[in-house]
Structures are given as structure tokens and as C-alpha cells.
Design a protein. Structure first.
Length: 425
């Protein structure tokens, strides 16, 4: 086999890195502190038993996020904007209202987890740290230009490698762990059904749909490109880029999620710790079992992923609300040119931070936010599938039949998981 010159290999990697964007950031944001807490709880409570659900969810994540990206790239508009133009107003208001509720609860849990993680690392006032993180996220999102901000988010994804490192510190029985990926363990009980909905709710989350669609529109504006429905002959390379970007992003998300489950199963579950309240508690529980290094990596990962996920949560809410009212909806605008958009970001962040000062139970907030996302996802996914197969919306670039089959399969799985939760609880 001919060896690839080092300079050429470096060039290939650089081109790949430059080609990654909305899909990579979306996938990384999927492992936010709320998701970390949920996956830690899954690993602590069930060990490796539910690892197979991440293998199941991976192709479903890819197809539905690719659908969201295609809606943005083909139409040049976000999901809420397309809902407003082509579907019933009550459907739009219901979807956006539920999205806001879920996002604000997620924000509160994520900001609180970041404050707790920093307090564990250096001591000091946890609630002050929570407010400071909220303020930092607002300032970065409002005042940085979009190209620079997108680059910051992209590099922040590297913080997730801390969880991969924790796995190698923990004593993982790889024969059992890898077997759990391919041999499903199905337990038809209320807690197991709720855990599966929570897993799917943290891996296939509605706010990620709005974010990736909105980011594709932002990328078009940045490159001064027209929506693909206007220039369908140029669609091939763009749709190929979206597919690669989405596959890489969702693979990254799934691998990190599995790393968290494996790490907590090998440490907490194997030592009889089957209940963790928050991601910060999971980090603290690792300290006496896996050592200071694993604890510090886990805690730093919470802060890094929070700095990535909070802007995605607030940004997706701002895109949705702005599209409902027809406001300017871009991170590339100066604050005075998109006041309502940036105000939505600031208000959502402050409301999320405020939840930590009213006695919010972090256990219930984290877990139920995931469940709310799981329940909301199925009807929203169905609407997205109707949008992406509608020639009036997508022009000549409607979703292919094979992709549509996978998209509807993902929707059916989310609906079945939600139904199982309500039946068994």
C-alpha cells in the first residue's frame, strides 16, 4: 500500500476539519451537562445493560439531524419559519412553547451543573459561578461575530475527549461492555422504560433540530449563498457535506455518551452506587473510586460541554421565537440590528439561571427535561418529515424515499418509547 505523505495527510485532516461545522457542534452539544447526568445515572443504575440503545439511536440521530439540516439548507429558512408559512398557527405555537419550556429547564440544569463542577474543583460560591457562566455565555453569543463564535464552538467540542480519557482510567471489563452493545437487554418495567425515553430524549432532542437548521441558514448567509431550492444543480456537494458533517457529529456524540455510561458503570455501579443526582455528583462520586485525575477530567468536561451547550439551547430558542414573530434571526447581526433575537437569548439564559435560586431539584429537573424532550420529539419529527417531503416547501429537492423510510422509522421509535413510558409509569 502506498504511504500517504505526512504533509498530504495533514492537508486532508485540515480540509476535513474545515468542512465540519453545524453537524459537529450539534452532536457535541448533545452531550450537555443534562445529558451527562442522564447517562451517568443510566450507567450507575443499570450498568452496561442499556448500552445497546446508543447503537440503535445512532442511525436515527443521523437521519433526523440530516433532515433538519436539509430543511435549513434547501429552503434558506429555519424549522419554525417553515411551520409558520405552510402549517397551522396552533401547531407552531404549541411546538415553540414546549421547546421553550424544555430549553429553559435544560438551561437551569446545565448552568447549575457548571457552577457545581467549578465549586468542586476550586471551592467558593456555587450560585455565583452559575450566574457568571450565564453572563459569559450571553456576552460571547451577543458580542462575538458569527464566524469567530462558530470557531469557538467548534474548538470547544474537544473538551468532550475528557470523557474518553476517563474510560481509560476506569477499569472497564471490555468483554462485557462490548457485548452489551450488540446483545439487547430489554426489561419491560417502568424505570427501564423511563430510562430508555430519557436516553432517546437526550440523544434525539428537539432543540438540536432547530439549532442545526438555523446554523445551515447562518452558513448560507456567511458565504452569500442562495438556498438550494433556488439553485438545485449545486445541491450535490452541499448535501454531501451535510451528510459527512452530520455523521461525524452524531458519531462523536454517541461515542462520548457511551464513554460516560461505561465509565460510571465500571466505577459507580460496580461499587454499589446506583443513584446519582447530577453530573457534578457523578464527578464527586468518581473521586474515591477512580482517583483525582478521573474526577478532575469529569468535572472539567462538565464545564466545557456546558459552555458549548448553553449557547445551543438559547440559540435554538431564539431562532424558534424569532421565526414565529418574523424578527431578524441571525448570530451574524450586530446587537442593535437584531435586538429581539439577542434579547430572547439573554432572557432565556437568565430564566435558566434563576431556576437555581428557587429551590429547583436538580435530579427531577435533569431527568424530566430529558423525558419532556423525548415526548416532544416524536410529533415534531413527524412534522419535519412532512416538511421535507413537501414539494411546495423543498422544490425539486424533497427527501429521497430511502431517507424518508429511515426518518419515519426514527419517528416511530421515538413515539413507541414515549408510549411505553406512559403505559408503564
Amino acid at each position: 500500500m502506498q504511504e500517504i505523505p505526512r504533509a498530504q495527510a495533514g492537508s486532508l485532516l485540515q480540509r476535513l476539519w474545515r468542512g465540519l461545522g453545524p453537524g459537529l457542534v450539534t452532536g457535541a452539544a448533545d452531550d450537555d451537562p443534562s445529558g451527562i447526568a442522564t447517562h451517568s445515572q443510566i450507567g450507575a443504575q443499570f450498568g452496561y445493560a442499556l448500552s445497546w440503545t446508543f447503537v440503535l439511536s445512532f442511525p436515527l440521530m443521523v437521519v433526523i439531524q440530516e433532515v433538519a439540516a436539509q430543511i435549513g439548507c434547501v429552503t434558506g429558512r429555519g424549522i419554525a419559519h417553515n411551520l409558520r408559512r405552510h402549517y397551522s398557527p396552533w401547531l407552531l405555537r404549541s411546538v415553540v412553547t414546549l421547546l421553550l419550556v424544555a430549553n429553559i429547564v435544560n438551561l437551569g440544569a446545565d448552568l447549575g451543573a457548571m457552577g457545581s463542577a467549578l465549586q468542586l474543583l476550586i471551592g467558593g460560591p456555587e450560585q455565583l459561578y452559575t450566574l457568571l457562566f450565564g453572563g459569559v455565555c450571553i456576552v460571547l453569543e451577543v458580542w462575538l461575530s458569527y464566524p469567530r463564535y462558530a470557531a469557538v464552538l467548534k474548538w470547544t467540542t474537544l473538551s468532550l475527549f475528557s470523557y474518553v480519557a476517563v474510560v481509560f482510567v476506569a477499569d472497564v471489563p471490555w468483554d462485557i461492555a462490548l457485548k452489551s452493545l450488540i446483545v439487547p437487554h430489554i426489561d419491560l418495567t417502568g424505570p427501564s422504560a423511563m430510562a430508555m425515553v430519557a436516553i432517546l430524549g437526550t440523544t434525539i432532542s428537539p432543540y438540536l433540530f432547530f439549532w442545526q437548521a438555523g446554523q445551515e441558514v447562518e452558513e448560507q448567509h456567511r458565504h452569500h449563498a442562495k438556498p438550494l431550492c433556488i439553485t438545485p444543480k449545486t445541491a450535490g456537494p452541499e448535501l454531501a457535506r451535510i451528510r459527512l458533517d452530520t455523521i461525524v457529529g452524531m458519531a462523536f456524540s454517541s461515542l462520548v455518551s457511551l464513554a460516560i455510561v461505561f465509565a460510571t458503570a465500571a466505577t459507580l455501579h460496580s461499587h454499589g452506587i446506583v443513584d446519582v443526582a447530577t453530573s457534578a455528583q457523578a464527578a464527586e462520586a468518581l473521586r474515591p473510586i477512580a482517583g483525582e485525575f478521573a474526577f478532575a477530567l469529569f468535572a472539567l468536561g462538565i464545564i466545557g460541554t456546558g459552555l458549548l451547550a448553553v449557547p445551543v439551547l438559547t440559540g435554538s430558542a431564539a431562532y424558534a421565537v424569532s421565526e414565529v414573530f418574523g424578527w431578524a434571526e441571525t448570530l451574524d447581526a450586530k446587537p442593535n440590528d437584531a435586538r429581539a433575537f439577542y434579547a430572547t437569548i439573554a432572557v432565556a439564559t437568565m430564566l435558566g439561571a434563576a431556576l437555581n435560586f428557587i429551590g429547583l431539584d436538580p435530579v427531577r429537573a435533569l431527568y424530566w427535561a430529558a423525558v419532556v424532550n423525548g415526548v416532544l420529539a416524536a410529533p415534531l419529527m413527524a412534522v419535519m418529515m412532512l416538511i421535507v417531503r413537501n414539494p411546495r416547501v423543498m422544490g425539486r429537492l424533497t427527501l429521497s424515499r430511502s431517507m424518508a423510510i429511515w426518518g419515519w422509522a426514527a419517528t416511530a421509535v421515538m413515539a413507541a418509547a414515549s408510549l411505553a413510558f406512559f403505559i408503564l409509569n
